[in-house]
Each structure stands twice: as structure tokens, then as C-alpha cells.
Design a protein around this ligand. Sequence first.
Ligand code: CDP
Length: 205
Amino acid sequence: MIIAVDGPAASGKGTIAKALSRHYGLPHLDTGLLYRAVGIATVRMGGNPDDPGDAFKATGFHDALLDDPELRSEAAGGYASQVSVHPEVRSALLARQRQFATQPGGAILDGRDIGTVIAPDADAKLFVTARPDVRADRRHRDAMGIDYATILADIQERDARDSARSAAPLVRAADADLLDTSDLTIDAAVQRAIALVDARTRDSL
Ligand code: CDP
């Protein structure tokens, strides 16, 4: 069984994907980490994340980088959003994600284009979202020392860039179930996600 979880920043998609991974006993890939690694590697090489050539060179990053805590920073999220615009970067990361998705036994991937590009035949697709003010509030609680207005502006800028780009933009797949977590606790959102996946996979049996 393949489960695709997509959605904007701080929508809750990562938390939901991890909980689904435990519930169904499936391996999970946070694809945002791959773009974050490319973003950080670009900057560390002295490159510009807006430059397609610089960003492409960084797609050969070492896997050890995926464990670097700096990948979780707000700055890394911004660089990721910049490098993920370039089609050459997206295609360099494609095979790795497809392989993970199609491994025997199934998998869960979360990102922006899992249901549309990486695993269009996924058995269940969730598009997880929440209002921008709620998402900024969540990030504000996690990110010490950055003010709320800066975080909200960053989220809005990232939403706009991710949705407007021509290569694999952030859009809900036609067959994805919408899950708005704005007014849900984590537990309630996870229960709802499990119910949606169960309903989809029952249908496909
Ligand atoms: O949860 P958050 O948006 O903060 O971070 P993320 O999921 O790690 O994604 C960081 C950035 O990587 C996003 O803003 C997207 O621009 C990009 N990304 C993408 O283009 N495609 C994916 N499958 C995953 C992430």
C-alpha cells in the first residue's frame, strides 16, 4: 500500500505521515528533507539557491547530511523552497523517491507532489492543510526567537512560491482527500487521517 501525504508548510502533514507510518507499519520518507539537503548543500558550496546550475550540483549531497539538525531550521526551509523550483533539481531527486514509494510492502511519503508526480497511483492520498495564521502559530511555538510576523510572512511567501511554480506545483490531486487540521488536535487529525485511508483502501480491495 502506498500512501501519499501532501500539503503546505506546518499543515501537520509530517506529524500525520509519521503517525500513519506507525499505525500501518509502513516505512516513511519525508521528501522535504531531500530539498532541504539540496538547499543547505548549495549554500555551503558557496552557491545561490536561485541558480539552477548551483542547485543541481548540490543534488549529489552525501546522505549523512540528512541527519544534520540544521536541515530543520527555517532558513533551510526557505532554501529548499528556492531550489525546489528548478526542474533539474526535481528530476535529480525523482528516482530516489519513486524507488522508496514502490518498495515491496508499501510506503508512506510526505511532501508537495507525492500524489501528483511521485506516486500518482498511490492507494490513498491526503491533502493536509490549515489556515495560514494557524500554521504560523504552530511554527512560532516551535521556532524559538523568531517573531510571529516574520514566520507568517515566510509561510505566505513559501505558499505562493510552491503553488505558482511550473514544475510540480503544490496542488491537491483530483483524487486526494482534503484534511483541514486548523481546528483539530493532533490526535483528532491522526484519527481522521486513518479513517480516510481506511475508507480509500477498503474501496480498492
Ligand atoms: O513542512 P515544511 O514546508 O516547513 O518543510 P518541508 O516539507 O521540509 O519542505 C520544504 C520545501 O521543500 C517546501 O517549501 C517545498 O518548496 C519543497 N518541497 C517540494 O518542492 N517538494 C516536496 N515533495 C517536498 C518539499
